[in-house]
Design a protein around this ligand. Sequence first.
Ligand code: TRP
Ligand code: ZN
Length: 862
Amino acid sequence: MVDATRTPMTPPVIRRSDYRPPAWHVPEIALDFDLDPQATRVTATLSVTRNGEGPLRLDGDGLTPRSVLVDGTPHNDWRLEDGALVLDLPGDAHEITTEVVIEPQANTQLMGLYASGGNLCTQCEAEGFRRITFFPDRPDILSRYRVRMVADKARFPVLLANGDPVASGDLGDGRHWAEWSDPFPKPCYLFALVAGDLVANRAQFVTASGREVQLGIWVRAPDLAKTDHAMRALKTSMAWDERVYGREYDLDVFNIVAVDDFNFGAMENKGLNIFNSRYILADPDTATDYDYDGIAAVVAHEYFHNWSGNRVTCRDWFQLSLKEGFTVLRDQQFSGDQGSAAVKRIEDVRSLRASQFPEDAGPLAHPIRPDAYQEISNFYTATIYNKGAEVVRMIATILGPTAFRAGTDLYFSRHDGTAATCEDFVVAMEDASGVDLSAFRRWYEQAGTPRVSATLEHFPGGGRATLSLRQAVPPTPGQQTKQPMVLPLKLRLFGAETGRPLSDERLFLFDQDAATITFETVTERPVLSINRGFSAPVIVETDRTSADLAFLSAHDDDPFARYEAMQQLMLDTLVASVASGHGDHAAVIDAIANTLADDRLDRAFVAEAVLLPSDSFIGDQMGVVDPDAIFAAREALRSDIGRALLPEWRAAYAATEADAFEYTPDAKGKRRLRTVALGYIAASGASDADAIAFAQFEQADNMTDRQGALMTLVNSDSDDRIAALDIFYNRYRDNPLVLDKWFTTQALSTRADTFEQVEELAGHRDFTLTNPNRARALIGAFSMNQKAFHRADGAGYRFLADQLIALDRINPQTAAKMLPPLGRWRRFDRTRGELMRAQLDRILSVPGLSKDMLEQVGKSLS
Ligand code: TRP
Ligand code: ZN
């Protein structure tokens, strides 16, 4: 039968308003795995209890039942609907047993049970469990799991699952078995097992109430030496969550396994986190400071999910930001506490602007709590994660630290052991604080980045100043008109003559289309510092002059605002020079000189502050993006800054030299500034720039300096570029994570032949689409390269489309995630726009396209 309401071009739409409680619950499940890469037999026994009207529906994806038992007797009265096993059951409680056989080694989607590097592992979020066994695959079904695994002992000596180990033994025929039990009811997306030849970095953690937890980070034997940083991060996270959120760990063991083939960063499966190896493995020779920071952040993130995600989970996938937004905020706070909170905030805002703002301004814009989806995997977005974190951060700002903590305590105690909603979270915040968040809820409903315009007027006679604010939320797909948002804006005025603050910092809740704020005792011309600390995730337009911004970049007492003033000054300069073809660079050069001269500033802060906004962020400020003009304007400014301040860059470079590698905030800050200084030395055109870079490349005792030098050398026209790439390749050819950097660095080159180089790299023997890290390292990075990807002849677009069409057959989830750069066609000139659209059309015409890709392409074209 053909369902006439469905054409293959539009997958069915799932709507938030259609949520219904399940007809059946599954309080218990026993799983039996006979593990083998070619044929794994899965036997599941579910105890089911009736919760409402209707049949029992057990989701399945690509499964064929070998047998179905009801209450222990073979049962033939079942049907398959859309892959799901549907049973009409007479009573209110039954025991259902199903048996299926799956083939992990053929699983290239990396969802469900799959093979990676000879080991077996699982990924079930969001809907991968249905590829393992028949089960109601929805997060509001919470079950107690018992898992028994049988496997060849030589190939799979280690058998891990969620919860605590119960028993294990030998079968005498070369096989062995292990049984695990998880006492905490959980949704099936948190199920995990791992079978493999692994070794563990073991440690212990004693919780606040004295529970002894055995920690293990499991990797292949040669990688064991690279797990210490992750282990340190894990222990630090556990202590931090006790201290800051009052959250303690709850099982006797906590295991982490690193695998090379993984669709995302990591997964918070209860008691058995599974990680992309790039977020575990680190040593100074192979990992950059950026990698080290990423590892600590992701280890913390997954650990924090034990409370914000596992103990309290999501009722349905529309509530995804309930766990992700909150948990990202928690990991950001954690990272901020480990080093400079200001620099961490700058980094987080930079990444929000790089990934979330464009999403919110494009065809895939959606609220942090979406109303509809076709494929949930497409909604693991910067909006859900990073804007979601900003929304919870705003609640914390509005409530203040004490009430916010009371709110999270109430939320955890009220909803522990249940599947909750975003609304539950907001209600807990209101109940604990007495603050009314009714209008604030619009952040969950409305997509789009609000724009705030601010004008400050000074009345010297009366010593008064008035600030006029307006806000508008732009239309987004399906949402043409918007209501004003509640924006917590941190404000302060500074005196233009004395540099002193003219007011205390104020928190203004801006919740109307327009508002006016009066400041008294404004005794000199005031300069406005607004959205300090990026207190609201909005775009702010002000009438501040270049002189005002330069002033703030030197005098503001909020480090974020200082950085922001510098960024705005650079942006204004660049946008003006894109428009006019030539720029006045004096103010930027001056402000950078002042920042470099200020010895009191943290070196990491200086490095962030003197960095120009990216090509793509500059493009986001323009009506029609002109990648060539942006590139030219940015390069012109870069080389002027390099030339004008060459002695300063050389001095900064010399002053940041280190004796030996150390991973401390201070040493990291120096390394960061050193690479930025090297970049400006190269931009100046100094004849010794390549030689300095090459010396740094060769002498570096750490990957941060080595890759930093390589990033400069790959833009060079000299032979040093080829030499460095060869040395790098030969040194690291056996390390996949470092080889990813080799691909990425070349894909980001600003050289004129980058497209041809990337095309050639796609045919390199070490390139493969089957490994998501490798695919992202080359294809994903290339699509970020504004100059090469947006080549006027459209070759970049065609190349991306070719790769995504090929990848969609292997791993649709990863392919669909790399589509958005092509979907931004409306932002470009007509010719480029048409070329991009033609590639979207071509992708759409491919027979058998995945649901993931159909949704992304369909929305991008509409
Ligand atoms: N919940 C995971 C995280 O935040 C995300 C994740 C890991 C995921 N693997 C996935 C999401 C696969 C979708 C599909 O941290
Ligand atoms: Zn998460």
